[in-house]
Write a protein that binds this ligand. Structure first.
Ligand code: RBF
Length: 160
């Protein structure tokens, strides 16, 4: 996926001061860890300081909503990525969890000034999730780090 921001910015200057949060769900740990690794490495590659990346863990994707809400309320960050993997083949709760998480994260985006980036895979089976977390279809975590940076720049362009 290609990004072509519709506004201008001085990338290295801004990014070096940005603070990013990453919340990772432990369910389907092998997948979510790869997504986190992809996001983290992309942040570093684009000039984010290691000390400005903050990590939290929650048990499952459902808990991402609570954690994101509390972190947005209490922490000074420029954008937050929520990482999870909900796999249909392994749960009858698939629709409930996917809906609750996507709606919950959407609500948080409207409630706070912090952009919350949705990095929750909702796949039919584990193979598809593996393909999207560092496999043959790339790594959604990497794309989400780019999105987080673009949204942090967008936010900064409104407030400065
Ligand atoms: N959490 C995930 O992140 N991915 C899943 O695929 C997933 N499947 C679940 C299936 C069932 C039947 C249940 C009860 C929970 C599942 N969870 C999953 C955990 C959920 O996000 C949450 O941690 C728990 O429901 C506790 O609130």
């Amino acid at each position: 996926m290609k990004f072509s921001p519709s506004y201008t910015h001085k990338e290295p200057l801004d990014i070096v001061h940005f603070r990013f949060g990453i919340i990772t769900a432990s369910w389907n740990y092998d997948i979510t860890e790869n997504l986190k690794k992809g996001a983290y490495e992309k942040f570093i590659t684009r000039g984010v300081r290691e000390g400005n990346i903050f990590h939290w863990k929650v048990p499952g994707s459902f808990e991402l909503v609570y954690a994101a809400d509390k972190i947005c309320k209490t922490h000074s960050i420029d954008a937050l990525i929520v990482i999870g993997a909900v796999i249909k083949g392994e749960t009858h709760h698939f629709e409930y969890i996917s809906q609750a998480v996507s709606q919950g994260i959407k609500d948080i985006n409207l409630r706070y000034d912090v952009p919350v980036i949705f990095c929750v895979l909702t796949d039919e089976n584990k193979r598809q999730s593996l393909d999207r977390s560092g496999g043959k279809k790339g790594n959604k975590g990497v794309e989400c780090a780019d999105t987080a940076i673009e949204m942090a720049l967008f936010r900064r362009s409104l407030f400065l």
